[in-house]
Write a protein that binds this ligand. Structure first.
Ligand code: FMN
Length: 630
């Protein structure tokens, strides 16, 4: 499948095969197309199709009794061996029966999964799960099934769409018995590179085309695009685009892709991406693909003009749209700084600019700087001339004469430094942990709603908190869920670098921290995948897809911590993966001096050496190809 017309092949494409070729053939010859092509060029097309792990696709009519199939794609036909004309109008459960003549569900099919499917179908819910199915010739297959209900404007479920990813089931059930089976077997089995036995189908009858038996395709373009495609995930829309030329053309529509991105990533992220120079030109379809597959992720080095004087370390940086803002830091002789600088990365030759502000906050380092409402900066806490701070200041960069305003509130968190902050819904500041007076580590979490006229700090009360820590990160994903990673954490009498992951869902009435993976606590000691070594003051980036990227920070014994790790907290059992990122990576990357500009550019300041903060040489981890300045 293709996400954009001028793209190269990826794991989501049909290998090296020209998509238009596939479309032409599917459209003009229906399910016979691949067979005919295969006969002409033995195995080539079929193998390419298989190597790209294509999915089966089925649509059922939810308004009819027993959800009859009204649409099935060619991949489904090829993998299962059932031809569309044999199964249109039937319920899908035949896949749980071993062969077309079986009288009942096979005993090895997990009945609890079937019950859950039935419940989701009856209640109009999405379903995702894996179960045993059978090809028409009786070969067992594992089916990773995702079902999505589709609702009409009146809220009535009209269709259910299902995407099936079939893999080989390593079960030896012996041959399928029975004479009718042998007689009716019109195809030949082949072992393929992905280990799934595939069937060659005989062509459909003369003059038969896909359109003849696809009730689904009789829906208008508008209904297909707005009622069905726009509600699917980027990956599913890409799958749909493979089915036939008409759906392929529908999935080329930029307005559709914008809706799909907005549904998948939320309005805030989409409007942030919309303001990125280059994103529009590249197109939403391509952007969705790159941010989902991370195929274009790369390091590059940037040189910028202007200067941040006097020189400093331990400042904090954050992104405000396409700009990067920097506040405070530790100057010569531990001098706490209180000046503000901005670097506009949307222009051809970015330069640091000192912002002249009235009433700046007291100087500090080890504070956090966050962005609110896409234009305001918020400073909280840190270490000042007279010790630790718990004050909060806001500055609107869009004002003609930017002014820092102190926001006072009863019962603020205790003064602290090297805590972690994040923002929710662009309006609420979350502060967690850090180091209090006399070096005590903290484990609390506070929330401040800055839309209130008189904002009040609220402690998020929980029955259990992750061990107290500093230098950790908080990443927001999936609306109001927060992922905490790493830091220097209390472990009995010791303080150890951590690689633990905890999550909390602030949508819940009584939010609670959950331990996802790590090595400090029992129960999380066997995290799968390529686990990032324990660290503090690292960089954490939330991707629109909900995954979180980690790199950099202080890692024991390592001087090149720019290896990039990825975790999807939405997975049932999240597993760390290591990303192989090409390009010129920084030698150092620290969380308090790194931020994501424009939603896709992670800018690392001062990654040149560990101590000298050379702020004219930046490194960028670009998440999408598109976003080089025009
Ligand atoms: C759109 C759609 C696709 C489905 N695809 C499959 C499938 O690929 N494999 C399967 O075993 N069941 C599939 N099912 C589920 C069965 O059709 C059936 O609903 C399920 O077995 C539970 O119902 P039952 O126990 O009453 O038969 C699908 C259902 C729907 C609505």
């Amino acid at each position: 499948m293709d996400w954009d017309s001028d793209t190269e092949s990826s794991d989501l494409t049909l290998g090296n095969m020209e998509e238009s070729e596939v479309m032409e053939e599917l459209e003009s010859n229906g399910s016979s197309a691949l067979v005919r092509a295969d006969a002409e060029q033995p195995n080539r097309r079929l193998e390419m199709l298989l190597q790209s792990s294509p999915c089966g696709l089925i649509v059922t009519d939810a308004l009819e009794v027993d959800h009859p199939i009204i649409y099935v794609n060619t991949v489904f036909e090829l993998i299962t061996g059932y031809k569309a004309e044999e199964i249109l109008g039937r319920n899908c459960r035949f896949l749980q029966y071993r062969g077309p003549f079986a009288q009942r569900r096979h005993p090895l099919v997990d009945s609890s999964v079937v019950t859950e499917m039935r419940r989701c179908i009856n209640e109009g819910l999405e379903f995702g799960g894996e179960l045993l199915n059978f090809r028409k010739d009786g070969t067992p297959l594992m089916n990773r099934l995702c079902m999505t209900p589709i609702f009409g404007d009146d809220g009535v479920m009209t269709h259910i769409m299902a995407i099936q990813t079939f893999t080989e089931a390593k079960l030896n059930l012996g041959p399928l018995p029975g004479p009718p089976w042998k007689e009716s077997r019109p195809w030949k089995l082949e072992q393929t590179s992905v280990g799934v036995n595939m069937c060659r189908l005989s062509p459909c009858g003369p003059g038969q085309s896909l359109r003849d038996f696809c009730g689904f395709l009789s829906l208008s373009d508008e209904v297909l695009a707005l009622n069905i495609l726009a509600r699917l995930t980027p990956r599913d829309v890409a799958s749909f685009g493979m089915v036939c030329k008409r759906l392929y053309n529908l999935t080329k529509n930029e307005d559709l892709w914008r809706l799909v991105c907005q549904n998948a990533w939320g309005t805030e992220t989409t409007s942030l991406l919309e303001r990125v120079p280059g994103a529009r030109r590249l197109g939403w379809g391509r952007l969705a693909r790159e941010l989902t597959t991370l195929e274009a992720v790369a390091w590059r080095k940037l040189t910028v003009g202007g200067s941040v004087e006097p020189s400093r370390c331990n400042f904090s940086a954050c992104a405000v749209g396409n700009k990067l803002a920097l506040f405070g830091g530790e100057g010569m002789n531990m001098q706490p700084m209180n000046d503000t600088f901005v670097l506009d990365l949307s222009v051809a030759h970015p330069e640091w600019q000192h912002i002249h502000v009235t009433s700046p906050p007291p100087g500090r380092w080890g504070h956090t700087l966050s962005c609110l409402n896409g234009s305001s900066l918020v400073v909280f806490g840190g270490c000042g001339r007279d010790g630790l701070l718990n004050d909060l200041f806001v500055l609107d960069l869009d004002e003609p004469q930017p002014t820092w305003r102190e926001v006072t509130s009863a019962a603020p968190p205790v003064p602290r430094s090297w805590h972690s902050s994040c923002t929710l819904d662009g309006t609420k500041l979350v502060v967690s942990g850090g180091c209090a007076d006399s070096g005590v580590l903290l484990s609390d979490t506070f929330l401040l709603d800055l839309t209130m006229e008189k904002p009040i700090w609220r402690e998020i009360t929980v029955t259990w908190s992750p061990p107290s820590r500093l230098g950790h990160t908080l990443s927001v994903y999936g609306n109001r869920k927060i992922l905490m990673f790493g830091g220097l954490a209390k472990s009995g009498p010791l303080r150890l670098r951590s690689n633990d992951v905890y999550i909390i869902d602030l949508n819940e009435e009584e939010p609670r921290w959950r331990y996802v993976t790590g090595s400090i606590l029992p129960g999380g000691a066997t995290p799968g995948g390529a686990v990032p070594p324990p660290r503090l003051d690292h960089v954490a980036v939330s991707l629109p897809s909900g995954s979180v990227i980690i790199f950099g920070g202080s890692v024991a014994g390592l001087h090149s911590p720019s290896q990039v790790f990825l975790l999807d907290p939405n997975e049932e059992k999240p597993v760390w993966r290591s990303l192989n990122v090409p390009g010129q990576q920084p030698k150092f990357a620290w969380g308090h001096s790194t931020c994501v500009v424009g939603g896709t550019r992670t800018i690392v300041l001062g990654g040149h050496t560990g101590e000298e903060w050379v702020l004219n040489e930046l490194h960028e981890l670009s998440l999408a190809n598109s976003l080089e300045p025009d």
